[in-house]
Design a protein around this ligand. Structure first.
Ligand code: SAH
Ligand code: SF4
Length: 381
C-alpha cells in the first residue's frame, strides 16, 4: 500500500483503534474479564460516546482504573470549535497525541419535501496529504502522517455527542419523541487526506462506525471520496460493504487533469474510468464523480462535452462544485450561470448531475480549508 508510515510515538495504545472482536480479545484474554465487560466498554465508547474511562459507571471502579492505565480513551483534543452564523455548520480543530492537527465538520440539513433532516460529519483520514492537488489547501500542506482507526472514529464520536445533545434538547422542548434520537445520520470521508492511501485504518473505521451496537451509521449513509487510486478502488470493489464511492475527477481529459492533479500521471483518465466501470460492474452501485469547477481551467462547455462523452451510459452521478479558492491558489470560482450551462451539456449526454449546495462559508467549514459540502443522497441508489 502507498504511503504507509510508522504509527505515532505514544505511551499507550488508543482503545478506539480496536475493532469489536479485538476489544473482546483484549478484555478477555489480556485483562481476564468477561465478554460482557467488553460489550459494556464497546457500548459506552461507541454508542454512549463516553471517551473517559472514569465516567463509564457501569464498570467497577478498579477496572476503570486498569483501563485508564492501559489505554488512551480519547485521542483527540479540541483546539477550537466554531459554529456558522446560520447555525447549520460546526467546524472543530483537534490536536492528536503527537501534536498533529486535523479538522472535522458537522453539517445540519433541515427536512424538505424530498428528504428527511440529516446531520453529516466530514472526517479527516490523514494529517496533510501527499497528493498535491493544486486547488486543495491540504495538498498544499504536504503529507504529515496517517491517522489511526481510533483517531478517525473519535472525530465522529465528538460530533455525535453534539448531535445527540441537540436531539435531547428537542425532546425536552416537546419537538421530538424520546424514541427518535437520531444523532449523526451520515459520514463523508472528504476531510483532510486521501482515505484510500490509508486503506486499512479507513476500512476498519468504517466497520466500527457501522457496527449495530455502536454508532450504527448505515453503510449507505457513508461516502468515501478518493483522488482516484486505481488498485485501491478495485480492492474496495471486492469488500463486502455497501458504502458510496465518490471519485474526484475534476477534468475530462489527461492534459487538463494533469495540470491540477499530479496523480493523473500515475493513473490517467482511461485507466481510472475503466477501474470505475469495473467497480460499478462488481458492486452494482452507482459511482459519484466530483468535479470542482475552476473558472477557465476545466469549466467550459467544450470540457462539459468531453465529460459527457466519457461518462455517457455509465451508472454514475456528477457533483459539480464551484471551487473554494485557497489562500495562495490561482483559481476563481465558476459562476452559477456557467455551472448551469455545464450541467445542461451533461444532461444532453444523459449524465445526471447536481450543482453542490455549500455550507458554512463564513467559518471556512471544510477540512484543510475545503468548503464543506455533501453528496446528494437522493441520487444514491
Ligand atoms: N483526498 C480525497 C478526499 C478529500 S478531498 C479526494 O481528493 O477525493 C474531498 C473533495 O474536496 C475532493 O473532491 C477534492 O478534490 C475537493 N476539494 C479539494 N480542494 C477543494 C477546494 N479548494 N474547493 C472545492 N473542493 C475542493
Ligand atoms: Fe489530497 Fe484530496 Fe486534497 Fe488532492 S484533493 S491534495 S487527494 S486531500
Amino acid at each position: 500500500m502507498a504511503l504507509e508510515t510508522a504509527a505515532p510515538v505514544q505511551a499507550k495504545p488508543i482503545i478506539l483503534d480496536l475493532s469489536r472482536s479485538e476489544l473482546e480479545r483484549e478484555v478477555v484474554d489480556a485483562m481476564g474479564q468477561s465478554r460482557f465487560r467488553a460489550k459494556q466498554i464497546w457500548q459506552a465508547l461507541h454508542r454512549e460516546c463516553i471517551l473517559d474511562f472514569e465516567q463509564i459507571t457501569t464498570l467497577p471502579k478498579a477496572f476503570r482504573a486498569q483501563l485508564a492505565e492501559r489505554y488512551i480513551a480519547d485521542p483527540i483534543e479540541k483546539v477550537y470549535h466554531l459554529t456558522s452564523a446560520d447555525g447549520s455548520t460546526d467546524k472543530a480543530l483537534f490536536r492528536l497525541p503527537d501534536g498533529e492537527l486535523v479538522e472535522t465538520v458537522l453539517m445540519r440539513y433541515v427536512a424538505d419535501n424530498h428528504r428527511k433532516a440529516r446531520k453529516t460529519v466530514c472526517v479527516s483520514t490523514q494529517a496533510g496529504c501527499a497528493l498535491g492537488c493544486t486547488f486543495c489547501a491540504t495538498g498544499q500542506q504536504g503529507f504529515r502522517r496517517q491517522l489511526t482507526t481510533g483517531e478517525i472514529v473519535a472525530q465522529i464520536i465528538f460530533m455525535q455527542r453534539i448531535a445527540l445533545a441537540e436531539d435531547r434538547a428537542e425532546v425536552e422542548a416537546g419537538e421530538r419523541d424520546l424514541g427518535s434520537l437520531q444523532g449523526v445520520t451520515n459520514v463523508v470521508f472528504m476531510g483532510m487526506g486521501e482515505p484510500l492511501a490509508n486503506y486499512d485504518n479507513t476500512m476498519s473505521a468504517i466497520r466500527s462506525i457501522n457496527d449495530a451496537n455502536g454508532l450504527a451509521i448505515g453503510a449507505r449513509h457513508i461516502t468515501l471520496s478518493t483522488v482516484g487510486l486505481v488498485p485501491q478502488i478495485l480492492e474496495l470493489a471486492g469488500e463486502n460493504i455497501q458504502i458510496n464511492l465518490a471519485v474526484s475527477l475534476h477534468a475530462p481529459d489527461d492534459e487538463t487533469r494533469s495540470e491540477t492533479m499530479p496523480i493523473n500521471r500515475r493513473y490517467p483518465i482511461a485507466t481510472l474510468l475503466s477501474a470505475c466501470r469495473r467497480y460499478v460492474e462488481m458492486t452494482d452501485r452507482r459511482i459519484f464523480f466530483e468535479y470542482v469547477l475552476l473558472s477557465g481551467q476545466n469549466d467550459t462547455t467544450a470540457h462539459a462535452r468531453k465529460l459527457g462523452e466519457k461518462l455517457s451510459g455509465m451508472l454514475c452521478h456528477v457533483n459539480l462544485i464551484p471551487v473554494n479558492p485557497t489562500e495562495d491558489g490561482p483559481y476563481q470560482r465558476t459562476g452559477r450561470d456557467q455551472a448551469d450551462r455545464f450541467q445542461n451539456v451533461l444532461r444532453r449526454y444523459g449524465v445526471p448531475s447536481t450543482v453542490r449546495i455549500e455550507k458554512g462559508i463564513d467559518i471556512d467549514a471544510g477540512c484543510g480549508q475545503l468548503r464543506a459540502r455533501v453528496l446528494d443522497e437522493d441520487a444514491i441508489g
